[in-house]
Design a protein around this ligand. Structure first.
Ligand SMILES: NC(=O)c1ccc[n+]([C@@H]2O[C@H](COP(=O)([O-])OP(=O)(O)OC[C@H]3O[C@@H](n4cnc5c(N)ncnc54)[C@H](OP(=O)(O)O)[C@@H]3O)[C@@H](O)[C@H]2O)c1
Length: 175
């Protein structure tokens, strides 16, 4: 089955304003998928969207989204309601460095929400549609820090939500 038919016509990529997510969005657009790109830095997303539309001739929609917000999922679902989404890439994430007891509590809360709560809710929300289609996929960006502890990368701070989520994803077996 051709790639676009299997994973298209729309893909969703969170954390597409930089790094790996930006590359995912670019590679998918180059393969002919329309992409909804989400993150907080709207200016970066808009620049990427203009670039991909010009280069690949696909549709690109920008969604300014804070995944640590309590109601982020509804915002994402509203933005994708009229789209046939075949690929969901839950990529956004970040890690705090340093000693756990010195971290700012709001930042820890945000990290738990972005790294663990958001992918959990995103995969749960999009799975029924993908199952119904009978084709498509989900990709969750993890970290090796979810599998082993690194000095200073915080025993609890970074690894804990990632480890919890990595274990959950392995057991739930999304493919
Ligand atoms: N690079 C590596 O070597 C490496 C290794 C292991 C794992 N990873 C994981 O791979 C993923 C991408 O990493 P990267 O290296 O590409 O990092 P990055 O360049 O810092 O990109 C992180 C992305 O996540 C988004 N993000 C962060 N907080 C967010 C929030 N509250 N709401 C919405 N979006 C948010 C950022 O967008 P905004 O700031 O615009 O919101 C950005 O687009 C992360 O999950 C990271 O932990 C990376």
């Amino acid at each position: 089955m051709p790639f676009v038919e299997r994973y298209g016509p729309w893909a969703v990529v969170t954390g597409a304003s930089s790094g790996i997510g930006r590359q995912f969005a670019t590679l998918l657009a180059e393969r002919g998928l329309n992409v909804l790109i989400a993150a907080r830095r709207k200016d970066r997303l808009e620049r990427l969207a203009a670039e991909l539309v010009a280069k690949c001739g696909v549709q690109v929609e920008v969604l300014e989204l804070d995944l640590s917000a309590a109601d982020f999922l509804q915002t994402l679902l509203n933005a994708t309601a009229n789209k046939d989404v075949g690929l969901v890439i839950s990529n956004a994430g970040f890690g705090l460095k340093g000693l756990h007891h010195l971290q700012e509590r709001g930042q820890l809360d945000s990290m738990l929400n972005v790294n663990a709560r958001a992918p959990t809710l995103i995969t749960q929300a999009f799975a029924p549609g993908l199952i119904k289609r009978g084709r498509g996929g989900m990709l969750i960006t993890g970290s090796v820090e979810g599998f082993m502890s690194f000095p200073w990368s915080g025993r609890p701070p970074m690894p804990l939500p990632r480890r919890m989520f990595a274990r959950w994803a392995r057991r739930s077996g999304p493919s």
